[in-house]
Design a binder for this molecule. Structure first.
Ligand SMILES: NC(=O)c1ccc[n+]([C@@H]2O[C@H](COP(=O)([O-])OP(=O)(O)OC[C@H]3O[C@@H](n4cnc5c(N)ncnc54)[C@H](O)[C@@H]3O)[C@@H](O)[C@H]2O)c1
Length: 335
């Protein structure tokens, strides 16, 4: 609101850059030179500039970001400023003594969730198709990596074997997007794949950990849905239907097992800066129809923002919350 602007670095948010007199002009100029409308930056206001570069798939290389930082600081690369905006605050021991299975742990929201649980003392069984991502997570956090396809019952067996007799928590984070295709276009293959990962595997993993949780008389499951579980204007028909199904699974399990000491909740993320939609060819019809609604959504979040919501519900801090669908979307759900 007042005073001189903070010095800008690669850790400053896109919002800080845009609001800075010289930084804003330089960043807008760069985007325009790249042939895009600077308005594309609006959803990324909350992200550190460095993360925008990571997500740009080479369109905004690191050297260009460094050049921008130099230019706005009179030719010098300033000492790294602490990142502006929100920062993750680890709650020591929140998961100490707990074994938590996290799917999708090699990337995005699952990785951030696994890292946070490990940092808070939990034993993490980290599951993903992508073995490389799991190896680096394991090196950084001590999580136990289980490369597995969650749509394969043999993969689920391996996950249970790695977890051992006692599973205290399950974060069903792995998921796949659709291509925004509406019902008249969606192919059987797309439908099957989206349901196999987002719905069937979620159910199968819950079924697999239930005996251990019922035995212990306690356990916490968080299923990751999406804004597409709350509305029809977020994605294509397959993804929308699959995430509505995730809410149905959550509510039924919460009802059935609440009296046995188990809690089941859903987090519904809005836009999050991850690689989920990296290789998709969007349906023209679907994207055209969704575009004007997507333009209005709040700025996208980071994976760590989502890990904060997921670990809250997963941990004992979520005591007394069962069957909830928590939008973690910067307010998209009230639009
Ligand atoms: N990114 C967003 O904007 C957004 C928005 C709403 C909901 N979500 C949901 O959040 C969850 C995490 O997505 P993300 O954005 O972190 O995406 P991501 O692509 O970064 O991570 C998803 C991970 O799931 C793994 N995975 C996919 N299929 C698998 C399978 N069959 N077996 C094992 N692992 C598998 C992938 O390898 C990947 O590492 C998903 O359920 C997604 O639907 C994401």
């Amino acid at each position: 609101m007042s005073g001189s602007p903070r010095p800008l670095s690669a850790g400053s948010t896109v919002g800080d850059w845009l609001d800075h007199p010289e930084g804003g002009a330089l960043l807008r100029e760069l985007i325009t030179e790249g042939g895009a409308d600077p308005a594309v930056l609006a959803p990324a206001r909350g992200l550190p500039l460095r993360q925008l570069a990571e997500l740009s798939q080479g369109r905004l290389p690191d050297e260009v970001v460094q050049g921008l930082v130099r230019r706005v600081n009179g030719g010098l690369l300033p000492e790294e400023q602490p990142e502006s905006g929100w920062r993750e605050r680890i709650v020591p021991d929140r998961f100490t003594g707990r074994t938590v299975v996290v799917t999708g742990a090699a990337s995005g929201i699952g990785r951030a969730t696994a890292a946070r649980i490990a940092a808070e003392g939990g034993r993490v069984v980290a599951v993903d198709l992508a073995a490389d991502g799991l190896t680096s997570l394991a090196q950084e956090t001590g999580a136990a990596p289980v490369p597995a396809d969650i749509t394969d019952p043999a993969g689920v067996e391996r996950i249970l074997a790695a977890a051992g007799d006692r599973v205290d928590g399950l974060a069903n984070v792995a998921g796949v997007s659709d291509d925004f295709s509406p019902a008249h276009e969606v192919g059987d293959e797309m439908w099957r794949r989206v349901f196999a990962v987002n719905v069937d595997a979620t159910m199968r993993l819950i079924r697999a950990v239930l005996p251990s949780m019922l035995d212990a008389g306690r356990g916490s499951v968080v299923n990751v849905a999406s804004e597409a579980a709350l509305r029809g204007s977020a994605a294509g028909v397959a993804y929308t239907a699959s995430k509505h199904a995730v809410v149905g699974i959550t509510r039924n399990c919460a009802f059935m097992y609440g009296p046995r000491g188990l809690r089941f909740n859903t987090v519904a993320p809005g836009g999050v800066a991850t690689g989920i939609a990296r290789d998709l060819q969007w349906s023209e019809f679907g994207s055209e129809r969704l575009r004007e609604f997507h333009r209005l959504i709040p700025p996208i979040a980071t994976a760590q923002h989502l890990a904060a919501s997921i670990t809250f519900l997963l941990s004992d801090d979520g005591v007394n919350i069962n069957g909830a669908v928590l939008p973690s979307d910067g307010g998209w759900s009230v639009q």
